[in-house]
Design a protein around this ligand. Structure first.
Ligand code: 4NP
Length: 160
């Protein structure tokens, strides 16, 4: 049975400029609205965009739905994140594999975000980076579905 005060969740994608900062921003707002105390973060398995802001296309799509990514700065995952965060949730299976290699059986095991949140499909959060603006809008809707599922799961965990 899982019961935690102030659970912590880290969202992980490849560059930490599109999917995971979006999911973090959606989770931040929805957790605040639900009165849930959570420590939230995001990072990437790659290092190409470290220190940069969110992708402008992602910022625009997020802003259109009321989520502000202006203060986000990309960072790369570190091996101590598995001890610092209760749940380390990867956006897709490539990033899950990268996390599993980095973890080396120390700390909390990473999992796939959407299945963990109870979203039946898709299993993987599609990467909008090489696509058009529609993909970024669809990312926002999928992030909201995922975060709703995450909150439902954490609320159940809190009641257990
Ligand atoms: P993200 O998207 O992993 O959702 O932040 C990407 C960002 C950058 C790249 C690929 C995906 N890239 O190849 O630089």
């Amino acid at each position: 049975m899982i019961k935690k005060d102030n659970p912590s969740v880290l969202f992980v994608c490849l560059g930490n400029i599109c999917r995971s900062p979006l999911v973090e921003a959606v989770a931040r707002r929805r957790c605040a609205e639900a009165g849930l105390q959570l420590t939230l973060g995001s990072c990437g398995t790659g290092n190409w965009h470290v220190g940069k802001g969110a992708d402008p296309r992602m910022r625009r799509a997020a802003a259109a739905a009321g989520y502000d990514l202006a203060s986000h700065r990309a960072r790369q995952v570190r091996s101590d994140d598995f001890a610092l965060y209760d749940w380390v949730l990867a956006m897709d299976s490539d990033n899950l594999e990268a996390l599993q290699s980095l973890r080396r059986d120390r700390g909390n095991a990473p999992e796939l975000f959407l299945p963990w949140a109870g979203v039946p499909s898709p299993l993987e959060f599609p990467d909008p980076y090489f696509g058009d603006e529609d993909g970024f809008r669809e990312s926002v809707a999928l992030a909201e579905r995922g975060v709703d599922g995450l909150i439902a799961r954490l609320c159940l965990a809190g009641d257990a």
